[in-house]
Design a protein. Structure first.
Length: 292
């Protein structure tokens, strides 16, 4: 295996001099190369051919690394090209206030969050936005914070440094709707009248789908609305919850019995006396789960 295999490098000013030499060296060691050039399209195309001949991905971008906005655009373009070509739009923010403001004013599918935002703590964003309808993936060198992040319901924690395959695996959980079923999830965040509250997962009896939202029934009898859909929560909840119906996720220890009605209709009787429907396709898996 080559030294830089499965890595991706961004090299500025790579069509000549030292930059060109670095691009060739990285490609020879197996790295995919995204590079910038200022004006010579012919030189850029020639370098692309030379690099791809070494068996790696390579693409040139006409960009000025000395201009901040241009550098941000370059980073977004490279991410789309090399990691997630299903993206429609990527927005990058660099500060805690800017991040919270953008999240609160835009409808998002995914937030990729670094825990170190120019010296500010990314957990402050996570705490503020944990009730959002979107998924969150943490990308951070602070590996010791992984367990704490999962407690807040993040979809994945990608430690730095990472390669293309690891990041793609995280994104596939969004694109292919892969289940995570992490046992580390401790809280579900509820936002009511602008105030955030963390509900311990132990307090939840079942979760009912309510369109793009969900309704949590708690052990004290209260009901709380959550901004994530049933489908998204089903990716995050621990294995102690079972999808018994297209509209219900239930903590299995709260199920007292399964009843079979005429016409092959199934229902789950809970310890609190409630009766919930059980889907025909869910019955066998639920029965096996309760028997174990």
């Amino acid at each position: 295996m080559k030294l830089l295999e499965n890595k991706t490098a961004i090299i500025t000013g790579a069509t000549r001099g030292i930059g060109r030499g670095i691009a060739l060296m990285f490609a020879q060691q197996g790295a995919n190369v995204a590079f910038t050039y200022s004006s010579s399209i012919d030189a850029a195309e020639a370098l692309e051919k030379e690099l791809t001949a070494l068996g790696v991905q390579a693409k040139g971008y006409q960009s000025n690394a000395a201009i901040f906005d241009a550098a941000q655009t370059l980073a977004a373009d490279v991410l789309k090209e090399y990691f997630l070509n299903t993206l429609q739009k990527i927005t990058t923010v660099q500060s805690l206030p800017e991040g919270i403001s953008f999240i609160n004013t835009h409808r998002l599918d995914l937030v990729c969050l670094d825990l170190n935002l120019n010296g500010e703590n990314g957990f402050n964003i996570l705490k503020e936005t944990a009730s959002g309808s979107f998924h969150t993936i943490i990308i951070s060198a602070n590996k010791h914070e992984a367990l704490r992040a999962f407690e807040f319901g993040v979809l994945d924690f990608v430690p730095k440094p990472f390669n293309k395959e690891r990041l793609q695996h995280a994104f596939n959980r969004i694109v292919k709707k892969e289940e995570v079923s992490t046992e580390n999830l401790q809280f579900l965040a509820i936002k009511k009248r602008g105030v955030m509250r963390l509900v311990n997962i132990d307090e939840v009896i079942y979760i009912k789908g309510a369109g793009v939202y969900t309704e949590l029934l708690l052990v004290n009898g209260e009901k709380e609305l959550h901004n994530k859909s049933l489908e998204k929560l089903s990716q995050l909840l621990p294995k102690s919850f079972e999808r018994i119906h297209k509209s219900y996720l239930v903590k299995t220890r709260e199920i007292k019995a399964i009843t079979v009605k005429t016409g092959s209709q199934y229902a789950a009787e809970l310890h609190n006396g409630e009766i919930l429907p059980v889907g025909r396709t869910k019955y066998k898996a639920l029965k096996a789960c309760l028997c174990n």
